[in-house]
Design a binder for this molecule. Sequence first.
Ligand SMILES: [Zn+2]
Length: 338
Amino acid sequence: MLGTVLHGPGDVRCEEVPEPKILHPTDAIIRLSATCICGSDLWPYRGLNDIAAPMAMGHEYCGIVVAIGSAVTAVKPGQFVVGSFCLSDNTCPHCKFGFQSSCEQREFMTGAQAPLARVPLADGTLVATAALPPDDLIPSLLATSDVLGTGWYAADAARVQPGSTVVVVGDGAVGLMGVLAAKQKGAARIIAMSRHKTRQDLALEYGATDIIAERGDAGVARIKALTKGIGADSVLECVGTKESMTQAIQCARPGAMIGYVGVPHGVALDGQWLFFSQTGMLGGPAPVRRFLPHLMDLVLERKINPGKVFDLTLPLADVAEGYRAMDERRAIKTLLRL
Ligand SMILES: [Zn+2]
């Protein structure tokens, strides 16, 4: 079959790869209904992460189960399923505590930018729908697998509550999903930091009440001005740079929580500065599995439309263009048709 392989910085190809097989009794094989490119795929694509090339790309997935290992009991061939980018048993102490992304058996999904994929720990990882979903919901169901689940976790970790004032730092796909999540959780005010018109428009559609285009000290000053000098109750940090983390902490009022889901690159924080900021921080890879059943229900009931975050759709054969478009910020997020 044809699959997506990263050979080095800027060199991603759709090429012949072996079809996945059941390797462990706990595996399932799925035929993907659609797949997509993640903002985090751009880190190795840009050469900012060391990789063992060639590397099979893709960790966001939904589709139909075509085969299961002998120990799998929770899903069966023919069912439509969604799973998280973190593979988890959903039975260990960390999973039971709601942090499936730190599962004792955790693995990270790979190879999902392809027509078929192997999903390890299928029983703990996959969530099946009661019936096959209509085609028009596939992009939104795919979004629950990572980008929505991660934005949701940012809002959950930042303890967004009904009536909260929320700042979202970052207008990438995850930040936009953070806006959607904050709205669903009942935030009264959602301030999105964005300087790109198409992303501002989508943020407003997802529930942002204010847009701030300024960054750094000017951005913080605008937030203070909008909040009577107080700052935000909850801050969602969805970038992972030194500038975005600093901005997130500066926007937060004393006692606020910051949910940080951008993978930090080059971030170092001063201990005393953190101490006197009196803010709480919870982040890391999102335990998407905790939220999946609820998020899938919201999509199936057509209460949310996270699939709108895909503003470019390409056939898998054009995956290299999909990476380029996101790298050059011509696209927010690329959906790949199979
Ligand atoms: Zn576990």
